[in-house]
Ligand binder design. Structure first.
Ligand code: DGJ
Length: 323
C-alpha cells in the first residue's frame, strides 16, 4: 500500500512539474504562464540571459497595458518561472518613466569585462514619436538597475530593438531605425553602456522585431514586417558578416509566424547537440496583458532556417535533444 502511495505521489509530482525523471521537460504553448506563486507571468517581448546555471528572463509587465514596468523571472527549465523582482519601475527607476516615456523590448546582457548586468530597451513616448533607446546597468543580476543613458543612439531614430553578443564578446544593439524604415546595427563600447558606431542594414525594407543568431560562422536575422500588434510573415536574412552582406529576405514558417512576433532565440548547448529555441509574442490574445509567450525549437543549417510551430515538445536540457 505504501509503495502504491509513493508511486501515485511521484506520478502526480512528475505531471505537475512537467519534468520527467529521465531528464526530459515538456513545454506546452498557447496558455498564459503562471509563475511559482501562481501569478500570471508578465514578461512580454522577453530578453534572456543564461547566468549561473539558470535562465533569467526580463520583459514588459503589461498588467497596466500602456505603462509597462520591467519584470525579471528565473527558471531552470523554461517552465517553472520564479518571479525575482521588478528591475525597472515606472516613476521610480526614472521619474519620467510612466508619464512621458514607456519601455518596450528590454533585453539583458552580462559584461564579463566589467562584471555589470546591462539592459538595453526601446524608450518611447506618445505616438512612438520619441524613437529612442535606453541603457540601464546593475552590479547584480536582480539589480538595483540605474539609468545610464537614454536618447537616440548616435542621433538615429530607433524603435523595436534587440541585443546580440558575438563570440568575441563584442556586443551590438540592433533596432528598427528612421521611422521603421531600416535596420540599424550599433556596435557597443567595451562596457556595453553606449553605442560607438552605426551601420544601416536592410535600407527601406521596413522590418522590426529583429533577432540575430550566430550558427556555424553565419549570422541569421529573423524579423517581422511593421503591422502594429497584428502578426505577419517572419522573414530570414543571412550574412557572413554582421555589418554587411545580408541576403534578400526569405519567408520562413507560415504567413503569420504562427501568430507570433520574434522576441529572442536562445541556444541550449547540450552534450549531444545544440538546440535553438525561438521565443515569440502572441500579442493581443485577446488583450495586451493576456499576450502569450510562445516557444518552439527551430534549426539553422547552411543559410536556411527550419521554422515550424509545435503546440508541445519535449527537451532534454542536458543533452540538448528535442522531440
Ligand atoms: C510592434 C512592435 O514589435 C511592438 O514591440 C510594439 O511596438 C507594437 N508594434 C506597437 O504597435
Amino acid at each position: 500500500m505504501a509503495r502504491l502511495y509513493v508511486t501515485i505521489l511521484v506520478s502526480v509530482l512528475m505531471a505537475t512539474t512537467n519534468c520527467l525523471a529521465d531528464g526530459w521537460t515538456t513545454i506546452r504553448n498557447g496558455s498564459v504562464w503562471l509563475d511559482t506563486n501562481g501569478d500570471t507571468v508578465q514578461a512580454h517581448a522577453p530578453g534572456f540571459l543564461h547566468y549561473g546555471g539558470r535562465w533569467y528572463m526580463i520583459g514588459e509587465d503589461r498588467s497596466d497595458s500602456w505603462h509597462p514596468d520591467v519584470n525579471m523571472y528565473s527558471s531552470d527549465d523554461l517552465v517553472h518561472w520564479r518571479f525575482e523582482t521588478k528591475i525597472i519601475r515606472n516613476g521610480v527607476t526614472v521619474p519620467e518613466l510612466g508619464t512621458r516615456r514607456f519601455i518596450e523590448r528590454a533585453k539583458l546582457m552580462h559584461n564579463p569585462r566589467t562584471g555589470k548586468f546591462v539592459v538595453w530597451c526601446h524608450w518611447e513616448g506618445p505616438r512612438y514619436a520619441a524613437s529612442e533607446a535606453a541603457c540601464f546597468s546593475a552590479d547584480s543580476i536582480c539589480g538595483p538597475y540605474r539609468l545610464e543613458w537614454s536618447g537616440r543612439p548616435l542621433g538615429v531614430k530607433s524603435r523595436d530593438c534587440n541585443v546580440f553578443v558575438d563570440n568575441d564578446g563584442e556586443a551590438y544593439f540592433v533596432s528598427t531605425t528612421e521611422e521603421n524604415t531600416n535596420i540599424g546595427l550599433f556596435r557597443l563600447a567595451d562596457d556595453y553602456l553606449s553605442a560607438e558606431s552605426h551601420v544601416c542594414l536592410m535600407p527601406g525594407l521596413r522590418r522590426e522585431a529583429p533577432v540575430i543568431v550566430r550558427h556555424d560562422n553565419l549570422y541569421y536575422m529573423l524579423s517581422s514586417a511593421c503591422t502594429g500588434w497584428a502578426p505577419n510573415q517572419c522573414m530570414l536574412s543571412v550574412s557572413k558578416r554582421l555589418d554587411r552582406g545580408w541576403s534578400q529576405l526569405e519567408k520562413i514558417g507560415d504567413d503569420k509566424a504562427f501568430r507570433t512576433q520574434a522576441a529572442a532565440v536562445i541556444e541550449i548547448k547540450g552534450t549531444k547537440k545544440t538546440t535553438y529555441l525561438y521565443i515569440g509574442d502572441r500579442w493581443m490574445d485577446p488583450d495586451l496583458p493576456s499576450s502569450k509567450i510562445i516557444i518552439f525549437p527551430i534549426e539553422f543549417k547552411d543559410g536556411k532556417c527550419i521554422f515550424e510551430y509545435r503546440d508541445e515538445f519535449r527537451i532534454n536540457f542536458a543533452t540538448g535533444e528535442v522531440e
